[in-house]
Design a protein around this ligand. Sequence first.
Ligand code: GLC
Length: 551
Amino acid sequence: MHLWWLDAVLYEVYIRSFADSGGDGIGDLAGIATRLPYLRDLGVDGIWITPFYRSPMADHGYDVADHRDVDPLFGDLATFDALLTDAHRHGLKVLVDLVPNHSSNAHPAFRAALAAGAGAPERDLYIFRDGRGENAAQPPNNWVSVFGGPAWTQVADGQWYLHLFAPQQPDWNWRHPQVRADHDTTVRFWLDHGVDGFRIDVTHGLVKNDLLPDNPPAPGETITFFRERAEPHAWDQDGVHEIYQRWRAIVEDYDRRDGKARALVGETWVADPRRLARYVRPDELHLTFAFSLLAAPWSATAWRSAITEDLAATAEVGAPATWVLSNHDVIRPASRYGDGDGDGDGDGDGDGAIGLRRARAALLTLLALPGPVFLYQGDELGLPEVDVPPEARQDPVWERSGRSRPGRDGARVPLPWSEHAQPFGFSAAGVTPWLPQPDAWADLTAQAQASDPMSTLVLTRGALALRRALACLGGGALRWRDDLAPGCLAFDRPGVPGAPDQAGLTCVMSTAERDTTCALPGRLILASGPVGYDGVTLALPPDTTAWLAPR
Ligand code: GLC
């Protein structure tokens, strides 16, 4: 069986912001279909589509009211089936999002739980508890929501329910057999429709400490992603693993029947690489994002240790590390890496030139790493984070945090495809997209970049084409190089005997502040920016990556 995901490049489609075919300013399934040729020509192997299920959209689809139907905002099941057939015709795999930690508060099971009242068996599908203190007026424990505010909401009869995210996203009780069985049905439903796998939301959250003890007092600073140390009772509990064993068995059953391989990919925000690797043991998920690299600052040393640790930990369980620098929840690399003051809000880099240079270098290094890579829509255009005006912000994080955190809208602004003004080909002319697009994006459209040989789009296409063409890229070994210039991240991807590129490839990325030179006799294959090379010595400016074929 061809395990296609071992070296695949997958592209995250954040559906609301990819392409709008319906003229309502919100992306949809038919919109994705119109852009499949673009994705094929970009050279990715497949797409992950963020949730398109029935939802009141309190968290833009991550609050699911019916996991086995399409929300009319995005199309219907027939549109999905047509998109899947089309994607497969273009040679693209399709992963869909599975959101098992919570449902929407509009889910029939949650409505039934509310209606049934305290103590009713319907409440056991979620996590309802009595409050503490006088009149049980205090929440059952001190847990806080990832989006800000308490993780508990009180209902009319006085009980409280747990939501690790927004109040509109009540957490399922994964100890309940009905919850397990219902999700099995959902997994089978989409497999029956022909999907190639799932990206699974918040895999480290499904099971909580049964006793729901208080977490240690909250630290002063805001914790955003890796939360298991500060909140040890809510995340990364041992009980989650049997759920993934269950789904792995279901998926393998399908694989055996038709000889095709399907992938389970976890969104697991767990900082310790060894704890993370437990999610990709041979009978669990196939892949899980290596977020430590995404979280690493712009420094060769930090990158090297993140990559080394992830490779070592996943190798121990026989899985590849899954590389990613960007998604719909984090600040876009072109702003994040340019952030001079280091606070991660992307505001430190006046004209964005440093950030873009680093994002291009990072992308090229990412694509040279062994194992699968996920790109986020717009990475290939080098899009920056957008400072969405407060009145236009839609992410629940903004309000839930008492307007102290801007939220994730800045990474979710609809893509600029063409033309010179909003909506830049995202929607039909005259339609206002759901988040405003900056005027400056006129220079960053896919159309404008397609004819500019120095553009990030052309760079990405080139890198992806080489990744396909060269046997030494994709899966395989990585050997660190210590003999090159300090401040550089340098590694070899050894050549594959018998392949035309037997010499392999050396990838060098400079995060140094000054120009560096490295002795590297060979051929220059690709670079993220201007470099000097005479066939022997590479002159590498700061924030640049080069791929070379050694002699
Ligand atoms: C994941 C999603 C994020 C969502 C959250 C709750 O982290 O990527 O967008 O808000 O889960 O479902």
